[in-house]
Design a binder for this molecule. Sequence first.
Ligand SMILES: [Zn+2]
Length: 577
Amino acid sequence: MMTPLESLGGMLGAGVVLVSWWKALLFIPPFLAWARLISTVYDKHAARFHLAREKWNLGHMVAGTVALLVGMFLPALIGLEGIVGFLVGWVAMLLILFGDIAWYPAVANKDPRVPEEFRVRLNLDSFKAAREQKAAAKLAGTAELAILKPNKKLVTVPQSDAPEYPVRVAAEQLVIKAMEIRASHLDVLPASRDGAYGVRYLVDGVAQPGETLAPQDAGPIIEFWRGAAGMDLADRRKQQTGLITIKKDDLDTKAKVTAIGGSSGLRLSMKINPAEAVRRSADNLGLLEPQRQALDAIAADRGGIVLIAAAPGQGRTTTLYSILKMHDAYTKNVQTLEFETEDAIEGARQNVFDRFAEDQDFAKNLRSILRRDPDVVGVAEVPDRDTALEVTRGDLPNARVYLSLRAPDAMGAVQVWAKTVGDLETASANLHGVIAQRLVRTLCENCKVAYQPSPDMLRKLGLPAGKVSQLFKKGGQVLIKNKPEVCPVCSGLGYSGQTGVFEVYPFGAEEREMVKAGNLQGLRAELRKKKHVTIQQAALRKAVEGLTSIEEVLRVTAGDDAKKKSPPKQEPAPSGA
Ligand SMILES: [Zn+2]
């Protein structure tokens, strides 16, 4: 007769059989590996991108428990004994664990909150190996990039003990950092009197200061990039450019390298992915819905002059290109006159004006284009009165001319245009519209922070108190297991990407009359009456939608009220447009 205690002992004895040392050895490691993967990779990944962490962890726990139970009891359930039974249970357990491991990436990688480069890759061994190798390479300073000259020839990596090797590594590190923080430009420029150089990154149109380089370090780095871009190294004064290709892992990027000499030394500028920067469809420019309709109406309308205005670096070229692309270049004669083609416009004839060549005249170039019976002409700049007058003498009832001008807003553009032409009557004739824009940085969706604006703040911004209950500001950090970590999507900047804020004003007879009379006040009132919004209003709407912050709107529209009284200031030309 067995006592209850003895029967319990018997059951434990059976359990001990299960955990005989070799069985335990087969059971425990897969569990440890699974648990480690869940807690160190998946859980952190979920926290970083605000996925439903608790639900995921619960799911993993359930899967783990089921795997353990199946591993232990499946053999007895289906009546298999001994080693065969054990192995069947063990394999079933492994399958469940693997299923759980595959489940998370299958769902999380489709989540729009997870940017493509941060997707979970299942091939963890190679992923880990690649990361370790990269960390080791950084420590030892290893060349990581493949760099192709403009003629597509590979720039050879020097031997690791050669004196050129550290230069190559240092030159690469600048570009790698630029790519990591999504910079559109990288500049190395003489910074101070003691000969030091400063590195500057332009991210979403805002300069982010970088490292300071001693002259003996900066010089060879600049020379390296000049060589890679195929420049004449003996010429240290003239501006030279070269388009190179940079490859890193599976990334393939173009970079336009520009170098120019100055009194304090050579200055290097790299524009990363230049064509990508100007490639946006009209739908993605950032126009509000009524503005999009107004733009469609302007594009559908035949002939006349349309001004496209922005300050340098504020997306003017992107907008000019996307508006030109709204015209069918296969059935219409579409031409451009540009200083450089920043991207190809399919079907259009893009004429490049060489500003360094002698005996070249922008106005004459434009005249010959206007004589070729164009339907649509895009002009990238109006450098002088002769050019402006050529435009006004064109066959404007039939040829639509888009003129890209430097001005902070639509009113500024009208002033610049009138001043360049020289008389209001000629300037106002055939003026069919003005489009002006600026760029605001968009908040990083992964780390933006909601807050309730005070009634006082709303009043100052002119926003309706009852309708706006929350606004967003930049974050820059995410909490992972209660510890703040730099946001992986925006590298801690709080913003990721830019969008345009616009003024789209179609001009009819009334508007032209106001321009002719020099009555900007009246023009403004007329546009307001027709419910056309200003750049400032468009920007505020983006803040209310949660796309950007009030701080960013104020940064971008600062001084607008003062500008209404004084003529627009011309800003110095930067390296980008
Ligand atoms: Zn972020």
